[in-house]
Design a protein around this ligand. Structure first.
Ligand code: ZN
Length: 60
């Protein structure tokens, strides 16, 4: 929805629970906790384009 918005470290990530459902890495949460205690999207099931600058922008 808010495409192009920068990822704020203050807000928890919004995982797609549908994708996380059968994931055994995050156990269905869609997020994993880093060593710093921060929640990150599970890299195993949440295929999000983290680097927006490198992605091809469909700006038409
Ligand atoms: Zn996962």
């Amino acid at each position: 929805m808010a495409h192009g918005a920068h990822r704020s470290p203050l807000l928890p990530p919004r995982p797609d629970l549908g994708l996380a459902r059968d994931c055994e890495v995050c156990l269905g949460w869609g997020t994993v906790v880093t060593r710093d205690g921060e929640h990150e999207l599970c890299h195993a099931c949440q295929t999000v384009a983290d680097d927006d600058a490198g992605a091809a922008r469909a700006d038409s």
